[in-house]
Design a binder for this molecule. Sequence first.
Ligand SMILES: Nc1ncnc2c1ncn2[C@@H]1O[C@H](COP(=O)(O)OP(=O)(O)OP(=O)(O)O)[C@@H](O)[C@H]1O
Ligand SMILES: [Mg+2]
Length: 350
Amino acid sequence: MARTVALEEVALALARVNYPGYQTDIVSLGIVQEIAPAPDGAYTITLRGATGREEILRDLATRIHQVLTHELGVPKVEFKVGKIEPELGEKTGKVRLEGTRFIVAVASGKGGVGKSTVAANLAAALSRIGYKVGLLDADIYGPSVPMMFGTSDERPRSAGGQSFYPIERFGVKLISIGFFLNDKAPVIWRGPMVMGAVRQFLKDTLWGTQDFLIVDLPPGTGDAQLTLAQQVAIDGAVIVTTPQEVALADALRAVRMFRQVHCPLLGVVENMSYFVCPDCGERDEIFGHGGGAKMAADEHMEVLARVPIFTEVREAGDAGTPIVLAQPDHPASQAFIELARRVAAAMPQN
Ligand SMILES: Nc1ncnc2c1ncn2[C@@H]1O[C@H](COP(=O)(O)OP(=O)(O)OP(=O)(O)O)[C@@H](O)[C@H]1O
Ligand SMILES: [Mg+2]
């Protein structure tokens, strides 16, 4: 006859199960609502629905089965999912913004691939097609939003207490560490400070109501990026890469990171995808061919846009007006508008 496992043992074992993507266990997070003994040594575990997402619930069930069935020898485990409690987002550390419908992160494993250019133009393009948009420059090592929007000399206005108003430019609400720095000296931050700063930006900025908040993440896939992806309730991530091998390998790392924290991946933007010869109009794929598309296919992701390399893209950024607004008919702008449409279409109930 199977040994009966005591309720206390079950409770202790559940306290060893971490919530998928977190270093915190499901008991501390308050996700285990009830542990009820059932006939024949079975247990029914009621979980507070921290999420409606099937894959997370499945992952959670697998983890619980592992400790209860395989390690403790409970003959049968059944699950019930309790009601979804909005404040759980706070407990798991995820920042949700009142008034913001969707948070979209723009990320890349490698630096210099055009992440900030894509983030700025995506924000501008969404605004152009009629959405209310904010842009958070979370790249506090090398903020570029102030330059790209020509607002380097502006300072956010205090709204009393800790809060402040974002800077508004071309209808897009902007916040960046760059607005708070007095000189151009590089900032040296430790991981926890990065998190603190970004969290504070998110919460203390009076964004008002908006459809999208675009987040320009710092390059890389280290602790800072991982924590950020965990702490902000991101509705979707856009991965930027160039077609080069090194960039692709790093982009793949970014993809894996978002998977690890169960953040939905919207797809890949292949930037500096090809060069159009200004004299003959011919396309030249200087960084290689189809790398982004291949990675996307391998990872079951979409290519959301292929953005050509054009001097005008850099010039527009340097001059403080994203190309989408400076030259809306430019081939690069069209690629960004297509990107914006696809991102918008990928949002739930939009
Ligand atoms: N499609 C493009 N055509 C021409 N220049 C581009 C294009 N995309 C980006 N650039 C230029 O490449 C440089 C790097 O771009 P950007 O700053 O957007 O990259 P990043 O990935 O955000 O870099 P970092 O890792 O430093 O944050 C910038 O000077 C930018 O203007
Ligand atoms: Mg950048």
